[in-house]
Design a protein around this ligand. Structure first.
Ligand code: 2NL
Length: 332
C-alpha cells in the first residue's frame, strides 16, 4: 500500500488530485483507516506491531503528500508567473488620437479673426420661437421667404432655427450697444440631401450696432476678414442684393484664392467667389430688438460655414462633412 500510494502521489500533477489521494488512503473511509479500525480483532501481541507499522505508513504518506503539494504549488506559481510575463522591450500599442473636424477647424480660424477685431461669441437655442427666427427679422407669417427656407416646424410657434440671426435679436434685447458679436451655430432647413444641400448645416452671422455705424464699417470689417482668411492679396467686391432684415443689402465676392482672379475651376472661370451676404440692419429690426434707430445703426452679415470649408479645401460634396469617414477626416 505504501508503494502504491507513493506511485499515485508521484503521478499527481495538481493539488486536487493530491486531495483525492489523501481521501483514498487517510480519509474516514480510506484504506489505512479501515486497517486501523480492524485492529480490534488482532491478538494483544500483534496489535502494537501492526499499530506501529500502520502509523509509520500514515506518517510516510502524509509526509509524501506534503512534499508533493509543495512541489505542485511551486510549479503552479512558476506557470502563473510565466503567464504574466511582460516583455518590456516590446513596442507599445499606438494610441490613435482624433483630430479637429474641418468644420471646427475653419470655425476656429474665423473666430480668431473676429476676436482680433474685438468681436465676442454669442449663442442661442436651436429650437427657436417663430418670433425670433422670422417675425423679428421682418419676415411676417405670409412672407415668401418662409417657403423658400422650407422650415422644420415643431409647432405653430416653434421652429428649428433656419439661420443664427435669432441669437442676434436676443442679444439686442438683452444688451445696450455697442454690440460686436459673431453668432456661429447649427441651423436647419427642410432640404433633400444632395452634393450641395444638407438639412443640417452651419452658419456664422455677425452683428455690429453702435452710434454712427455706416456701410464703410461693414466694408472695412468684411474686407479685413477676407484678407486674413484667404490671404492678403484678396480683393473684394460688393454686389447689391436683397434681404428682408437689412437695407441696403449686398453680397460679397472675393477674388479667387486659387487663380488670383484669372479664372479657374474653383471660381468656375469668373475669377470671383461669392462668400457671404450682408447689409445695414433694417430700422424695423433694430426697433424690434429694443434699439432706437434714430440713435443707433448697425451692420450684419451671414455666411455658410460648410460652403466656406468646401471652397477652402476644394471639397465637392457636402455629405463628406457629415459622414464621419475616417479616410476623409484624416486629411485635415
Ligand atoms: C446669407 C445672408 C445675412 C444677416 C444675415 C442679420 C441679422 C440681424 C439683423 C440683420 Cl439680427 N441681419 N443677418 C444679414 C445679412 C445677410 O445672411 O447669405 N447667409 C448665408
Amino acid at each position: 500500500m505504501k508503494l502504491e500510494a507513493l506511485e499515485e502521489i508521484k503521478e499527481a500533477t495538481n493539488s486536487q488530485r493530491i486531495d483525492e489521494i489523501r481521501v483514498k488512503y487517510l480519509g474516514k473511509k480510506g484504506s489505512l483507516t479501515t486497517i486501523l479500525r480492524g485492529m480490534g480483532s488482532l491478538s494483544p501481541e500483534e496489535r502494537p506491531i501492526i499499530g506501529k507499522f500502520a502509523n509509520e505508513v500514515r506518517e510516510f504518506i502524509e509526509e509524501e503528500i506534503k512534499k508533493a503539494l509543495l512541489n505542485i504549488k511551486n510549479k503552479e506559481r512558476e506557470l502563473k508567473i510565466k503567464g504574466e510575463y511582460i516583455d518590456i522591450t516590446m513596442p507599445g500599442k499606438k494610441v490613435e488620437i482624433g483630430g479637429i473636424h474641418p468644420l471646427n477647424k475653419v470655425l476656429d480660424e474665423i473666430k480668431d479673426i473676429f476676436f482680433g477685431m474685438g468681436f465676442s461669441i454669442a449663442e442661442g437655442p436651436e429650437v427657436e420661437l417663430d418670433y425670433y427666427n422670422f417675425e423679428a427679422l421682418n419676415v411676417p407669417k405670409n412672407h415668401p421667404a418662409r417657403d423658400e427656407q422650407d422650415t422644420f416646424y415643431i409647432s405653430e410657434n416653434l421652429v428649428l432655427r433656419t439661420q443664427t440671426s435669432p441669437i442676434q435679436v436676443r442679444t439686442m434685447e438683452k444688451t445696450k450697444p455697442p454690440i460686436r458679436i459673431i453668432a456661429p451655430g447649427r441651423v436647419y432647413r427642410s432640404d433633400a440631401v444632395d452634393a450641395t444641400h444638407s438639412p443640417i448645416f452651419y452658419q456664422i452671422e455677425g452683428l455690429v450696432v453702435d452710434k454712427g455705424i455706416t456701410m464703410a464699417n461693414l466694408k472695412g470689417t468684411l474686407e479685413t476678414f477676407a484678407k486674413r482668411f484667404f490671404g492678403e492679396k484678396t480683393r473684394t467686391k460688393f454686389r447689391p442684393h436683397h434681404f428682408p432684415f437689412t437695407e441696403p443689402s449686398a453680397e460679397m465676392d472675393v477674388s479667387c484664392f486659387v487663380c488670383g482672379g484669372e479664372g479657374c475651376r474653383v471660381c468656375k472661370g469668373s475669377g470671383w467667389i461669392e462668400i457671404l451676404g450682408c447689409g445695414m440692419v433694417h430700422p424695423d429690426v433694430l426697433r424690434k430688438g429694443g434699439i432706437d434707430p434714430e440713435e443707433y445703426s448697425g451692420f450684419a452679415f451671414g455666411m455658410g460655414l460648410d460652403r466656406i470649408v468646401m471652397i477652402k479645401y476644394g471639397i465637392d460634396d457636402i455629405r463628406l462633412l457629415y459622414e464621419n469617414d475616417i479616410r476623409f477626416l484624416k486629411q485635415f
